[in-house]
Design a binder for this molecule. Structure first.
Ligand code: ITT
Length: 203
């Protein structure tokens, strides 16, 4: 069975990838499983650059084919912010981030609150080849948080087709429609091809 490292220190992401890839014949392991505490500096200007930095660094460290995701929230009226800075927006984390985002959007009416979640997955294999897969989920920034599922900005992200926030969906439903699920499905096709071609084994 192909071993694949899911390289993230974010528990929410790790949980979602484990559920999305469940039953697909991959032997998944996490940074926690391997006792890897090293952090990779995210110096890139784009999701793809940061995803590559993380995937390639953890692949070199562990000698395992590695999947890393760089993801974030882009808000139209904020010119795409917080974007690649989503994890540290306003210099705060957790629930304080939701307050900070709401503050930036004070007075902005519903029809101008368009946003999207972006997830770029980088897959790094041991021979130095790296491939990318992207997923995008459009939505609207709510006026107050709702729901307790998911992680990060989910309680403020209203999905029109679902008529609720991402945090109000079941984990199964979020993992069927999310930006991460879309990117993971494309990544899965790349992994299957690499496996068939014999490119996934590490020396
Ligand atoms: P790793 O780099 O270790 O994977 P991280 O949390 O620092 O963990 P990113 O740099 O990719 O990861 O930042 C992603 C941030 O974007 C994340 O911390 C959330 O604030 C937000 N985000 C991404 N996907 C999300 C989702 O599905 N739901 C809610 N917020 C999300």
């Amino acid at each position: 069975m192909t071993r694949l490292l899911i390289a993230t220190h974010n528990r929410g992401k790790a949980r979602e990838f484990a559920a999305i890839f469940d039953g697909l014949g991959l032997d998944l392991c996490t940074l926690d499983d391997l006792g890897v505490t090293a952090e990779v500096e995210e110096t890139g200007a784009t999701f793809a650059e940061n995803a590559r930095l993380k995937a390639e660094a953890y692949m070199r460290l562990t000698k395992l084919p590695t999947l890393a995701d760089d993801s974030g929230l882009e808000v139209a009226v904020l010119q795409g912010a917080p974007g690649v800075y989503s994890a540290r927006y306003g210099g705060v984390t957790g629930a304080a981030q939701l307050d900070y985002l709401l503050k930036q959007m004070e007075g902005v009416p519903f029809h101008e609150r368009l946003a999207r979640f972006v997830c770029v997955v980088a897959l790094a294999r041991c021979d130095g080849e790296t491939a990318f897969a992207e997923g995008i989920l459009p939505g609207v920034i709510e006026f107050a948080p709702r729901g307790s599922g998911g992680f990060g900005y989910d309680p403020l992200f209203y999905v029109l087709d679902e008529d609720c926030t991402l945090a109000e969906l079941t984990p199964e439903r979020k993992n069927a429609i999310s930006h991460r699920a879309m990117a993971a499905r494309k990544a899965q096709a790349i992994l299957a091809r690499w496996q068939a071609e014999g490119h996934l084994a590490c020396q």
